[in-house]
Write a protein that binds this ligand. Sequence first.
Ligand code: HEM
Length: 466
Amino acid sequence: MTTAASVGTAPTKATSLKKPPRLKGGFPLIGHTIDFARDPVGLLQRAYDECGRVAQFKLAGKNVTLFTGPEAHESLFRLPDEVLSPSEAYKMMIPVFGKGVVYDTTPERMYEQLHMLHPALRNKRMRTYTEIIADETHKIISNWGDEGQIEVCEFFATLTSFTSSRCLLGEEFRNEMSEEFARVYEDLEAGIVPLAYVNAHLPIPAFRRRDRARARLGEMVSTIIERRRRKGIHSEDFTQTLMESTYADGTSLTDHEITGILIAAMFAGHHTSSVTTAWALLELLRAPDYHDKVCTEIRERFSADEGYSFERMRELERTEWAIKEALRIHPPLFMLFRAALEDCEIYGYQVKKGDWVSVSPLVAHRENEVFENALEYDPDRYGPGREEDRRPFAYMSFGGGRHKCLGNAFAILQMKTIFGVLLNNYDFELVGDPLDTDFGRIVLGPKPPINVRYRKRGTSDARVSA
Ligand code: HEM
């Protein structure tokens, strides 16, 4: 329950507030940076074990206070961007998204820009996306034959890059620019390195390639926009939505802004979905009882040639719980940051101007007080009578408050559709164990290589419905 004292406020008289307990250890200046780089989860867990729901440590010269627990999350996420800024915390993304876009603008402008994506995420569009995703999944398995083996991380990265580029950017990217887009996207991503936190404009090759890639992507998007306008083409994708959007003052987005928002959506949605699909399949394969329930749910619904329609996808309840549970145990964005632009109070604690604060979905999801036997894989926890994700600010994989994920429904739909097609056509089996997390990336996924064997099922396949 939220009390007046626990809801974040600012500014405040810092003297009357508690100071966040500091984690032991660490070196002068760099603090706990080395421990964090070696084993981020170990460090976060130690902070929680030693200090509890509020723990402060030092990373790369910044005081970071980690807040854990639904009430603390709520207190943090209720503060406005003018006090706790995502833009300041994520400013290394500015050269990737572009000047004047998302994190390089005012909080109101950023909100307006991102929320222009809403029409692209309505149910009407979701129907189109379901068909596209089912179609792409069918295409990618069309040459699989009766049996074989895949490396799951690579497989899902490729599949979700096809589905995301088609749904978000458009057919043109998928059909005509696929290879160049993959190269450009890779160069953009390679520019997101820890050094970018220090100075994202240093004259190093990775940043130069990133800037060239951003410029090229802008040209590619402009070519498509110009062609669509000239030929009167109307597509059902995010690009089209942004082409038709206007700010509150009636002005349209520039091509540069459209490109930046599209990149932001791709970055927010592609890897997160790719690694979650991989985790969800792997966790299912390690839980034979639940795996059988999911297969039954999918195969009963799609045994006849009824198609993978959006409406039918909504019926896949157990499949959805399995995805949510994989996301709970393995949240791809394991730390969410904000930078304090003013002294403020969060959950009764003092936060100083210039410090950073964080919520870790990963640490939060390990609390037994919030999730029963939190370390266990148990998708039934979302079922009737339990609904452990219902408590506000408890389930944090998609964040919370004003900046909660805009694409969560799309992401879940995408994963359900992929599983619908895959599990309806093939049986899968994990080759080898145990699984590890790859901490080498900002978006946490399973550590490759992870091989899975597949074998064709004897039953008839369901196809995409019109
Ligand atoms: C499994 C998949 C996904 C996960 C786990 C995920 C997770 C998150 C999280 C945790 C945040 C909040 C970040 C913060 O508060 O600092 C976020 C924000 C966001 N997500 Fe997602 N996301 C996923 C898929 C998607 C997809 C598919 C899209 C787009 C189609 C998307 C678009 C966004 C956008 C635009 C924001 C920024 C919202 C804002 O700042 O106002 N996400 N996501």
